[in-house]
Design a protein around this ligand. Structure first.
Ligand SMILES: NC(=O)C1=CN([C@@H]2O[C@H](COP(=O)(O)OP(=O)(O)OC[C@H]3O[C@@H](n4cnc5c(N)ncnc54)[C@H](O)[C@@H]3O)[C@@H](O)[C@H]2O)C=CC1
Ligand SMILES: O=C(CO)COP(=O)(O)O
Length: 316
């Protein structure tokens, strides 16, 4: 919708015929965005070759853990000069790779052809054309500027950045912190606890990012603090809502059953922890989320342990 509003011609691929047909005939996607009218510049198709033909930008927006399998199938269909753009906010399980790394590897594309878009961009608000800002990052600034021009509208303001690692990491780790904040909320903890989790969550994201070569400034920007605040404070966030349900006492199975869309942090908390271990970085909030979500640790026990960790200096 943003790209079409900015004047691009958009071919949208979907795997199921019903929503694809609905988009082409009724201009809306009744399952995911009921009541939102898509601009005439968007057409949908179930044929990936049809969607990719002649594309200047290929925008990848599927659940992170499905990227490798899907892209392996699509790679031969992609125009060799197309810029491949990730909207995905996850880290691959098993490899601990960022989505841009998976794209470079599977599509055999150099970093100058791979870009990332991230920031405080809750889908429902974007679909309502409410104002939002974002970051488009590419190692090649000129490519980031081309993407910026392609998606700049009256309601969507993208900034450029060349720190792909920082922008991508900010988007992935904030989902894990949003789970923690949701759990705290569900347990009935107050705003002090939530603000402490957000702030210390940003500290552990920055610590990991620096170890991975990211720029500290990125984490104070839209893809860091911006997205963290939006996701941790909004009931529209699937990760935050998932956490709240766990904090209220629902089991993982019950929570998964009531979650209709992708909550990336549920799987990515494990790959973020893996990434942190690979870089020798301490990420206590992420570790606690893994223990609650995947190891069945009761949130009250986890809280007690988190609060009684050895005393530390704020900056180290
Ligand atoms: N919804 C949001 O507010 C935002 C989401 N993102 C990121 O975008 C990515 C996608 O999330 P959403 O679109 O929100 O999720 P969603 O759950 O709303 O939609 C996911 C789509 O992927 C399809 N899908 C599921 N499994 C698939 C598979 N194996 N192969 C192909 N397609 C498959 C689903 O049918 C659905 O159309 C995630 O990484 C998310 O973090 C980024 C910014 C905002
Ligand atoms: O990334 C998002 C907002 O920027 C969406 O967050 P959720 O995936 O938690 O809904």
């Amino acid at each position: 919708m943003i790209l079409a509003d900015a004047g691009c011609e958009v071919a949208l691929w979907g795997r199921r015929a019903a929503p694809v047909d609905a988009i082409n005939t009724t201009r809306s996607n009744p399952d995911y965005l009921p009541g939102v009218e898509l601009p005439p510049g968007v057409r949908a198709t179930t044929d990936p070759a049809d969607a990719a033909r002649g594309a200047d930008f290929v925008i990848l927006a599927i659940p992170s853990q499905t990227l490798r399998a899907n892209l392996t199938e699509w790679a031969p269909l992609l125009p060799s000069n197309a810029v491949l753009v990730s909207l995905m906010k996850g880290i691959e399980l098993g490899t601990a790779k960022r989505m841009s790394e998976v794209i470079e590897e599977v599509a055999k594309a150099g970093p100058e052809r791979v870009a990332v878009l991230s920031g405080p961009n809750l889908a429902k608000e974007i679909a309502a054309r409410q104002p939002a800002a974002a970051v488009v990052a590419c190692r090649d600034e000129a490519v980031a500027q081309r993407l910026q021009a392609a998606c700049h509208t009256a309601y969507f303001r993208p900034y450029t950045n060349t720190d792909v690692v920082g922008v991508e990491l900010g988007g992935a780790v904030k989902n894990v912190i949003a789970l923690a904040v949701g759990i705290a909320d569900g347990m009935g903890l107050g705003d002090n606890a939530k603000a402490s989790l957000i702030t210390r969550g940003l500290a552990e994201t920055t610590r990991l990012g620096l170890a991975m070569g990211a720029d500290a400034h990125t984490f104070a920007g839209l893809a860091g603090l911006g997205d963290l605040v939006a996701t941790c404070s909004s009931p529209l966030s699937r990760n935050n809502t998932f956490g709240r349900n766990l904090g209220r006492g629902m089991t993982l199975e019950e929570t998964v059953a009531v979650t209709k869309q992708t909550a990336e942090g549920v799987k990515s908390c494990e790959s973020v922890l893996d990434l942190a271990h690979r870089h020798g970085v301490e990420v206590p909030i992420t570790e606690t989320v893994v223990e609650i979500v995947h190891e069945g640790k009761p949130p009250l026990v986890a809280l007690k342990e988190l609060m009684s960790r050895s005393a530390k200096a704020e900056r180290r």
